[in-house]
Design a protein around this ligand. Structure first.
Ligand code: SDX
Length: 427
């Protein structure tokens, strides 16, 4: 018999099994709690709740550790590619060369969009936020790809997974092209996944486009850093949507909507806007004081994390990548210096130290994306592009779990108890 957690209340004792994972916190299995006690647990924001079992990604927030199928994010960022990391997340093992070639070729064969989807873009204003377009177009994919929406069929699940991973760069690039009034550029599958995306975004039909290998590698690494991240808000949204049996395109569209929030994936756009608003290092102390002021809603965007109470390992790689891209592109944007000094001051401020607030993945990413040429409005769309493989892998893991059931949390009700209706004439 393994460990148990004992709950004593109303004169009775209840034992709940403690389940051990391969690493990280154990869990108390309270699935029988309501049936035995008539009570719910209460955990708004799920700060102490494991909503599922997963073998995909492990985070140790205190140590600043992030593993994908056991491989440290720093090693994957250094040695892997986004296609290889995608294969790893989906299949649980690093691919052989033949497996990687086959996977990359399969993905590249799904990069084109149904031609009618291009007309969806013309329904948006030119200044529509790319995330609004991504929500709409990805949700609409289920209207075009009926032949891969039977979630009970593993072949359908595989095809729709590949379609989503392959088409996100095309959809995101088209959102950018539409916003600048340039023609859509079709995929060129002789290029890498990330090179193809760069060409669809920055290439024009009027002249050849040369992929810059330094930019290609930096962006591919940024995609790796954003691929998956345990049960974050948007992944939990995808899982909850998927638990009702909704088709994968609709589930990913729900994840995109959740990611858009500035507390989550929208923080990269907000962080760069904040750095630009600060403008020069002498203004930093004023903004740090604002971030500490409880009466001021301002927060340091790109700082803090629900899980990391140490440096986000992705931010470490991101900062190193800024230096590489700036050197390669001979960029000298003062915003990087503002970011470095802001980090330095915040990490030495008692408020941030006491609350264990460190830079997260979003703090530096915008500096690089801006240097590459993306407008801030595209930053979260790029996050969604990369996170699609994580959402798809998590969705597949949930759907293929034989014990899977619809997610249906309960509540602590604090509204009025039953009362009789009062006719209008008596009110
Ligand atoms: C992502 O979950 C994931 O894994 C997400 C992600 C992923 O890959 O999927 O990692 C991507 O979303 C990264 C986070 C990006 N968001 C931001 O950078 C926005 C700024 N950060 C915060 O809003 C906040 O830190 C959160 C939302 C990220 C985390 O919030 P929590 O865990 O709910 O913590 P909290 O809001 O309760 O904050 C704890 C305390 C509070 O002070 P007290 O009420 O205890 O006095 O810290 C303070 C907060 O006011 N605080 C900040 C702060 N973040 C938290 N104060 C100033 N600036 C900040 N950035």
């Amino acid at each position: 018999m393994g460990d148990t957690a004992k709950l004593s209340m109303a004169g009775a004792d209840f034992d709940y099994p403690v389940i051990k994972g391969s690493v990280g916190p154990d869990v108390v299995d309270i699935r029988k709690l309501y049936g035995q006690t008539g009570m719910f647990t209460y955990d708004p924001g799920f700060t102490s709740t494991a909503a599922c079992e997963s073998a995909l990604t492990f985070i140790d927030g205190d140590e600043g550790v992030l593993l994908h199928r056991g491989y440290a994010i720093g090693e994957l960022a250094e040695h892997s590619t986004f296609m290889e990391t995608s294969y790893l997340l989906l299949n649980g093992a690093l691919p052989s060369q033949a497996e990687l070639t086959d996977f990359s070729r399969t993905i590249s064969r799904h990069t084109m969009l149904h031609e009618q989807l291009a007309t969806f873009y013309r329904g948006f204003r030119r200044d529509a936020h790319p995330m609004a377009i991504m929500c709409g177009v990805v949700g609409a994919l289920s209207a075009f790809y009926h032949d891969s929406t039977d979630i009970a069929d593993p072949v359908h699940r595989k095809i729709s997974s590949h379609r989503l991973i392959a088409k996100m760069p095309t959809i995101a690039a088209m959102a950018f092209k539409y916003s600048v009034g340039q023609p859509f550029v079709y995929p060129d599958n002789s290029l890498s996944y990330t090179g193809n995306f760069l060409r669809m975004t920055f290439g024009v039909p009027a002249e050849p486009y040369e992929v810059n290998p330094v930019v290609e590698q930096a962006l591919d690494r940024i995609f790796i850093l954003h691929a998956d991240h345990e049960q974050n808000a948007s992944t939990s949204t995808v899982r909850l949507a998927g638990s009702s049996g909704a088709n994968p395109f609709a589930c990913i569209a729900a994840g995109i909507a959740c990611l858009w929030g500035p507390a989550h994936g929208g923080a990269n756009e907000a962080a760069l806007n904040m750095l630009r608003e600060i403008g020069t290092p002498d203004k930093i102390p004023h903004y740090i004081e604002r971030a500490k002021d409880k009466n001021d809603p301002f927060r340091l965007m790109g700082f803090g994390h629900r899980v990391y109470k140490n440096y986000d390992p992705r931010a470490t790689v991101m900062q190193k990548t800024v230096r590489e891209v700036f050197a390669a592109l001979k960029v000298n944007d003062p915003v990087f210096e503002v970011a470095l000094q802001l980090e330095e001051m915040a990490l030495n401020d008692p408020y941030f130290i006491e609350k264990k607030l460190f830079p997260n993945v979003d703090f530096y990413s915008g500096v690089i994306l801006s240097a590459i040429g993306f407008p801030t409005t595209m930053f979260t769309a790029l996050f969604a592009l990369a996170r699609t493989v994580g959402w798809v892998a998590q969705w597949n893991e949930m759907i293929s779990d034989p014990g899977q059931k619809i997610g249906r949390p309960r509540q602590l009700y604090t509204g009025p108890v039953e009362r009789s209706y009062v006719p209008l004439s008596k009110r």
